[in-house]
Ligand binder design. Sequence first.
Ligand code: ADP
Ligand code: ZN
Length: 432
Amino acid sequence: MYLHPQYELLSRSELEYLQQERLQATLKQCMNSSFYRERFRKCGLSVSDIKTPEDITKLPFTTKQDLRDNYPFGLSCVPLDKVVRLHSSSGTTGTPTVILHTARDLEEWAKAVARCLYMVGLRSGDIFQNSSGYGMFTGGLGFQYGAEHLGMLTVPAAAGNTRRQIKFITDFGTTALHAIPSYAGRLYEVMVEMGLDPRRDTSLRTLIIGAEPHSEEQRRRIESMLGVKAYNSFGMSEMCGPGVAFECTEQNGLHIWEDYYIVEILNPETLEPVAEGEVGELVLTTINREAMPLLRYRTRDLTRFLPGECPCGRKHRRLDRMKGRSDDMMILKGVNIFPVQIETVLMQFEELGNDYLITLTNEQANDLMTVEVELKEFTDNYPKLQSLTREITSRLKDEILITPQVRLVPKGTLPQSEGKAVRVKDLRKTLI
Ligand code: ADP
Ligand code: ZN
């Protein structure tokens, strides 16, 4: 059940002791970079001022902008000849950032991913197919090496060409698949088009889904469509990639590996810790990295700590599924709304498919939201469509407090994106 019991089963006090040791080593390592030396000098801090993991609040933050300003090698803490690979983020919110890895970093990353996969029951003997884009995107090589580390037969199918992806699943007897949630829905639809029933015609049992926000409702849908257990996987290039936080078989939140990271959840405005159980910005300090450790990295991802202990025995704290990034938040008529709230409502309607698009406009100085959502099956029963539209509109209004315009569209008519799904189109013009 545990790949690394010596780390996974540490008590809280043992974990904190380990964090303290690793934080000290990390700070020393940071002093090899001109970026952090300068930051420390500016704050009048020295490494010896930080003695316990709580002292971390004395440290300055590191932001995505810092990474961009020092692109590509400015945060390196090792000579470039010790760097064996670099990755970059997907660039969802702007210029991509670059992350450097030594051979040791890559080994530790593979171990973290392997730990996650083992935790959800995958073993050597499983056939693991990865539908992530390879190359710079960390979901490709990150899962590849993690799965190989466990000794699984690993199929680097990569993204795109869904029919080929499905052929691999059936030909190789794939038992576990990694896919982004929006792609999992697409896979199912194409399987049906090909006359396949995933439960009867494939050996799929486990799905790893992550890389983009998704609701509990979408997860349950994917599980029932494909006949699998789907586990939420959270990561980001700046923290290596996948392997940062992962659900265990309890499916009750994501254990974040505290032997790799010191975890804070802060109010994004005051940058003070949020009250127990409140949602805030996830801020992470890497404590097990050589080439490019990051201190108090502001992820911009919003989540909260879940209370209580997990029956699985691991003491690494659990994060709630991500609400989205602070950048994803839409503000309409003074109300803050996240796309995943809308998804939660839509996915409860049997009649609806998996794809939707939220468009924001401001025609008459008034913010308008249009929600286009695809129908699972074609129908020209207009009274039924009208009452469905009314019902969806009213449920959305209960959730987001404003009344969107809902449009039901035929399946396959919404634009498809190659990578992470684009859920929001903001066409609002700045009004003077
Ligand atoms: P980019 O930041 O350019 O998208 P990455 O590929 O590194 O590049 O993506 C990391 C981001 O993806 C995270 O910061 C988070 O916003 C999102 N993400 C990753 N995993 C999940 C998940 N399981 N749930 C919600 N969001 C996720
Ligand atoms: Zn658990």
